[in-house]
Ligand binder design. Structure first.
Ligand SMILES: [Zn+2]
Length: 242
């Protein structure tokens, strides 16, 4: 009897953090390059492999559950859910993959999403089809769409190519459904959202902040994401995710 009571109490106590977390929102982080800054592009879009590893270790050691969008339905069942995403499909995302793989334990299963630009696959400094296949088959990485050519979608008339063809192209490589779209430059309007709904279950912006369920119209197509930058310290990182 006493044992049953203790068990019941433990179950109640253990379920509290998850609920509290749901109210605080679910962080969705966005990265670009995982490399030393080499002079190409904006420095703040880089995170060094050393910092990235420190950040992922922080998540592991603080009991986070890394999810991909295929696992969206699990977000309220797991402890401290968080989504790690990368935009643009840079080759150095392989550094991130190696780090995530290294940090895997029996209890901690790393997971992340890479949003690739379908027409840029295999281009200079970008992931190749073979990389994408390997990442998908690892079971740690989900490959999703960042359009075909990375335009500002609000300035395009026809979106079928950017949204539909890119999805198909990526699915042909991975053999898995592409269900999420990251809007280039985080740029969207109501037309873009309506078009995105034809092909995808999720649309990701770069509006900062954690995701909070509000049952708002189209909220899954307006998912916020917070940048992790070159200058982000581990203390700042802890604040973003807590
Ligand atoms: Zn981009």
């Amino acid at each position: 009897m006493k044992k049953a009571l203790i068990f019941l109490l433990l179950t109640v106590i253990l379920s509290i953090p998850t609920q509290a977390y749901a109210e605080r929102g679910i962080p969705i982080l966005v990265y670009h390059w995982i490399d030393e800054y080499n002079g190409t592009g904006q420095k703040e879009l880089y995170v060094t492999p050393k910092n990235f590893e420190e950040q992922m270790k922080y998540l592991r050691d603080h009991g986070y559950t890394l999810l991909t969008f295929e696992q969206w339905i699990d977000r309220n069942k797991v402890n401290k859910p968080i989504f790690i995403t990368f935009d643009d499909g840079y080759k150095d995302n392989l550094n991130a993959f190696q780090i995530l793989k290294k940090l895997q334990t029996r209890k901690f299963k790393p997971a992340a999403t890479i949003f690739v630009i379908s027409e840029f696959i295999g281009g200079i400094g970008r992931l190749t089809s073979a990389d994408i296949k390997m990442l998908t088959e690892s079971g740690l990485i989900s490959i999703q769409s960042h359009t075909a050519t990375h335009p500002d979608l609000t300035k395009r008339e026809k979106l079928e190519f950017e949204l539909g063809e890119s999805k198909e192209e990526i699915e042909n490589i991975t053999g898995k459904p592409v269900i999420a779209l990251a809007y280039p430059y985080g740029s969207f309007n109501s037309t873009v959202v309506e078009e995105a709904k034809k092909y995808y279950q999720f649309g990701l912006t770069t509006t900062p902040g954690p995701y909070k369920e509000q049952n708002m119209k189209n909220e899954l197509y307006l998912l916020p994401r917070t940048y992790v930058k070159y200058s982000t310290t581990i203390e700042e990182f802890a604040k973003i995710v807590e």
